[in-house]
Structure formats: structure tokens, C-alpha cells
Design a protein around this ligand. Structure first.
Ligand code: GLC
Length: 538
């Protein structure tokens, strides 16, 4: 079909997120690294992954595990060297796989040379690279803004006699994006990697980079209940998030990428179920794929109640307002959120797999979800994540080592190594590992592999239109069903039973795949077993 030949890779493709500390340890220190990732590319190739997004690999004191960057153009020694990176990139490209890096431009590490200079005196040339303000007359911070990891967003710097702003940890000072020198320095770092052949970036908290120039107080959140709610949500972030000027800034970012062919810009924006908020980040239709982000993250499937009606309502609305130059995307897990199998259970995690791999839009798979990895209970005294240590909401449980096989440490690290986070015991007790699941015709991994193969080999599933189906079309309550490719030759219907009851649909077709991996063939009227999803050809 003509559409496919012109469709860029990030529309057709499947993107896999690797948390580098936890994917594969080749050095034996209990922490994953770049050589380890390169060693496992054959697995990702077998699975059918088109692009790999790596969480940050740059030099960093690791106060926020790499989201505190001390040098934008280097590699942390724990992960390897620039040569190791180049090796990974060329091995990926040899398999026609893309590599996407994580850019963290809202803040640097407090160990970054820019910040050290900025701190050194109130009149040094880098002072205005960060956001410095005097104390209030009583010594209090300049305003009431709270950090996402707890406490005020302001930290007093005794030596230079002012406060600096940090939206996250005090080790993560916010850059001043009103300053053109900052913009140039970061754009040059992006070019450094794009010149090396990197295929794109995922940009961290991109909607928070512009702050109110007057730094006005945020208003109280009327729904906030002390003791019940996350203390960092006490104020509405009206003046510190999604400010006027952000779209111009993102457009400028995009222009850097457009100096190169075929690169992708993915942006982390607010977690929202408002489709209009998400589609606002595609920019204008003056270019084939918009002028801002190619893929503004859609986290709705993480936030919505896991049920047919709210998910259908969201997807229908998101599809309906998607501009012609925009392209949807779907995320169910990442390094900041509870894993999907833990949130919805193993049976519904299969529904999630069929959902993201058959909807119209780029699917993001978080490493390990394809084998049904679950969050690992970690006692508070062993928390590594600063968010867990500060406000009790730890992200360690979803960041544990990848489970490769049934050898010690699940094959992630040599037996003698002490892994940086514990390995889930279910690699041994329940066979939750790549090696075991590859041998099992009914495993989660087999389901992912079948779904990915189908998506890759059927244009209608990758790029075809999305068709709403409802009760009139024979969709029972508790089931979310939709069509793909109705406007083209190959037509598919996907029917997902979100309930634990048997459901009878008023339509049939040829069963291509069931999430239970145990049936195919033609049916006149589809009966869905509890928690079953079925892909039908019409
Ligand atoms: C983003 C990242 C998260 C990090 C934070 C600060 O939300 O996904 O892991 O802690 O930004 O950089």
C-alpha cells in the first residue's frame, strides 16, 4: 500500500524501553551495561522490535539514577564507554533496529560543570543558566512551589547567598530555558548524538521546561487531603507546568531534529486522560508530521480504570481529535509506574498486550512486560529510588533485573554478583523468564511474539484505520471491540473481554489469535471466555 512506503519507521514500528541498569550485566558488577544490551540484541531482533529507547546512560552521580545528568555528551563508566555505545549502535543498525536516547533538559545534575560554575558567584557568566532568586525578607524561599520528590523546590546556596530552583531533587537544579545560551548548549548536545547516528530522543518532562517568569505562587489544590494524598500534590502546578511559551520551545527543539533525516522526537508530557491535552503537542499541520513532538506520550492506559467502557471512551475520543498529521501511541508500563501485570493481574495483562499491539498507534513495551514480569516487593530500608526514600512511593519494584533464564540471578548477572536491586524469585519458581517462556506455546512471551509477528506482517494492523464498534454492532457489555483496516482490503476485528465472565458477541469471523493461544478457525458468533481477547479476520 502506498501509505506504508512513505510511513516513517516510528509509525510502523514497535518501541521497547530498556532501563539500562537492569537489562543485562556483562561486567559482573550487578548493574546492567551497554555491552550487555548489545549481547542481547538478537533477542530483541527475534521478538520483532524496531526501536530501543534507553533510559539515561550519561555520566551522573545517580541521585535519580541517571535522570541527573553531569555531562550530556558522555557515557557513565558503569554502563561503559563511548566506544561501547558506538558498538551497540552499529550492532543495532546492522539488525535494522533504531536506538533512541533519553534527553533530560529540564535540569542537570548539581555535579554538572555548568552548575558548579553557576554556583561559584552571583556574577559569573553561567549564573543565569539556572534559576536563582533572593530569599523573601523573612528568609523563606521565593515562592510556594513543591518538588515532585517532596519538600520545597528551592534550595538555599550559602556561598552565593541565593536560592536555586529544583523541580525534582536538590541534586537536580532546573536549567533556565529563557536563556538562549542554555538552548544552544543543549541543542549542540543533541546534535552530538544525532551526528553519531542516534535515531531519536525521548525527552524528559518536556512540558515543564518553561516556568512563570514572575514565579508566582501556585494555588492550593482544592481536592487535596492531608495525610491521604501525595504531599507533592498540595498545590496545582499552574505556574510551574505547561506554561505559555512551551510550544514555541518544543518547535525549536523539533527544528534541531529536522536538520537530520528520519529521526524521532518523543516527549514525556503530563500524565493525563484528556486527549486534547496530548494532541496539543503535535504542533501545526504545516509539516507532514506536525511541528512539535512526533509522539507526545499517551499515558491514559496507565491512569484509566482497567475496564472496557472507560478505555473505549478514551480511545474513541483520542482517535476522533487526532489531527491528520498526528499519530497515536500507547504505554501501559514504564520505569516510573507499577508494571501492568501487577496492576491488572496476569490474565488481563494479556488483554493489555493485545490492546497495545493491535490499536492504531505506536506501542511502547517496557522491558520484561513481554514475559509478564511483575513488581518486586522491596522493603523500605532497601529502597534505592529517591522518590521512595523521600515520600514513600518507590519505583524500585518496577525496575528489577530482566529475567533471562533459570540460572542464578536469572541470567542477568554472574552468580557471584550482588544485583543492584533484587531479582524476582518467580524466574525460578514460576518459570517467568525468556528461556522458559520461549519453550512454552502458551506463555506471555509466545503471545507477544505472535502479536508482533501479526502486526509486522499485516499493514492493516500497523497502519490501517481504526473503526469504532458498539452495542449495535453486537459488542456485549464488558467487552471492548474495534476494527482495523476497514477502509482497506484486510479487515480485522479485535474483541477484548475485560470481565471474568463469558461473553457472547453478535459477530464472527476467522479467529487468527486468542490471548489463550489455544484456538483458531472460523466462528459465526464469537464466544469470549473470561479475560479472553480475540483477533478476528473479517
Ligand atoms: C521523568 C522520569 C523520571 C525522573 C524524572 C526527573 O519523570 O521519567 O524517572 O525521575 O523525570 O528527571
Amino acid at each position: 500500500m502506498t501509505q506504508s512506503s512513505s510511513a516513517p519507521w516510528w509509525k510502523k514500528g514497535i518501541i521497547y524501553q530498556i532501563y539500562p541498569r537492569s537489562f543485562m550485566d556483562s561486567s559482573g558488577d550487578g548493574i546492567g551495561d551497554l555491552r550487555g544490551i548489545a549481547d542481547r540484541l538478537n533477542y530483541l531482533d527475534w521478538l520483532g522490535i524496531d526501536g530501543v529507547w534507553l533510559s539515561p546512560i550519561y555520566p551522573s552521580p545517580m541521585a535519580d539514577f541517571g535522570y541527573d545528568v553531569a555531562d550530556y555528551v558522555g557515557v557513565h563508566e558503569t554502563f561503559g564507554t563511548l566506544d561501547d555505545f558506538d558498538h551497540l549502535l552499529s550492532e543495532a543498525h546492522a539488525r535494522e533496529m533504531k536506538i533512541i536516547l533519553d534527553l533530560v533538559p529540564n535540569h542537570t545534575s548539581s555535579e554538572h560543570a555548568w552548575f558548579k560554575e553557576s554556583c561559584s558567584s552571583s556574577d559569573n557568566p553561567k549564573r543565569n543558566w539556572y534559576i536563582w532568586r533572593d530569599a523573601q525578607p523573612n528568609g523563606d524561599p521565593p515562592n510556594n512551589w513543591l518538588g515532585y520528590f517532596g519538600g520545597s523546590s528551592w534550595c538555599w546556596n550559602e556561598a552565593s547567598g541565593q536560592y536555586y530552583l529544583h523541580s525534582f531533587l536538590k541534586q537536580q537544579p532546573d536549567l533556565n530555558w529563557h536563556n538562549p545560551e542554555v538552548r544552544k548548549a543543549i541543542y549542540d548536545s543533541i546534535r552530538f548524538w544525532l551526528d553519531r547516528g542516534v535515531d531519536g530522543f525521548r525527552i524528559d518532562v518536556i512540558d515543564r521546561m518553561i516556568k512563570d517568569e514572575q514565579l508566582r505562587d501556585n494555588p492550593l489544590n482544592p481536592d487535596y487531603v492531608e495525610g491521604r494524598d501525595n504531599p507533592t500534590s498540595k498545590f496545582l502546578r499552574v505556574f510551574s507546568e505547561n506554561r505559555p511559551g512551551i510550544h514555541e520551545l518544543i518547535t525549536e527543539f523539533r527544528e534541531v531534529f529536522d536538520e537530520y533525516d528520519d529521526r524521532v522526537v518523543i516527549g514525556e508530557i503530563a500524565y493525563s486522560t484528556d486527549p486534547g491535552l496530548i494532541t496539543g503537542f503535535y504542533g501545526e499541520g504545516t509539516q507532514p508530521f506536525g511541528t512539535e513532538l512526533h509522539l507526545p506520550f499517551n499515558f491514559a492506559l496507565i491512569l484509566l480504570d482497567w475496564d472496557a467502557a472507560p478505555i473505549k471512551a478514551f480511545v474513541d475520543a483520542y482517535e476522533a481529535i487526532m489531527p491528520p498529521y498526528g499519530w497515536p501511541n500507547y504505554v501501559v508500563s514504564n520505569h516510573d509506574q507499577t508494571r501492568i501485570a501487577t496492576r491488572v493481574g496476569d490474565a488481563q495483562a494479556r488483554i493489555a498486550a493485545m490492546l497495545i499491539l493491535t490499536l492504531r498507534g505506536t506501542p511502547f513495551i517496557y522491558y520484561g512486560d513481554e514475559i509478564g514480569m511483575r513488581d518486586v516487593d522491596i522493603p523500605p530500608e532497601q529502597y534505592q529510588d529517591p522518590q521512595g526514600i523521600n515520600i514513600g512511593i518507590s519505583r524500585d519494584p518496577e525496575r528489577t533485573p530482566m529475567q533471562w533464564d533459570d540460572s542464578a540471578n536469572a541470567g542477568f548477572a554472574p552468580a557471584a554478583a550482588k544485583t543492584w536491586l533484587p531479582v524476582a524469585p518467580n524466574y525460578a519458581t514460576e518459570g517467568v523468564s525468556v528461556a522458559a517462556e520461549k519453550q512454552d506455546d502458551h506463555s506471555m512471551l509466545t503471545l507477544y511474539k505472535r502479536l508482533i509477528d501479526l502486526r509486522r506482517s499485516n499493514e492493516a494492523l500497523a497502519l490501517g484505520d481504526y473503526a469504532q464498534l458498539d452495542a449495535q454492532a453486537g459488542v456485549p457489555d464488558g467487552v471492548y471491540a474495534y476494527g482495523r483496516g476497514f477502509a482497506s482490503g484486510d479487515q480485522y476485528v479485535i474483541a477484548l473481554n475485560f470481565s471474568d465472565e463469558t461473553k457472547h458477541a453478535g459477530f464472527g469471523g476467522e479467529i487468527v489469535l486468542s490471548t489463550h493461544l489455544d484456538r483458531d478457525g472460523a466462528v459465526e458468533a464469537l464466544e469470549l471466555r473470561p479475560n479472553e481477547g480475540v483477533l478476528l479476520r473479517r
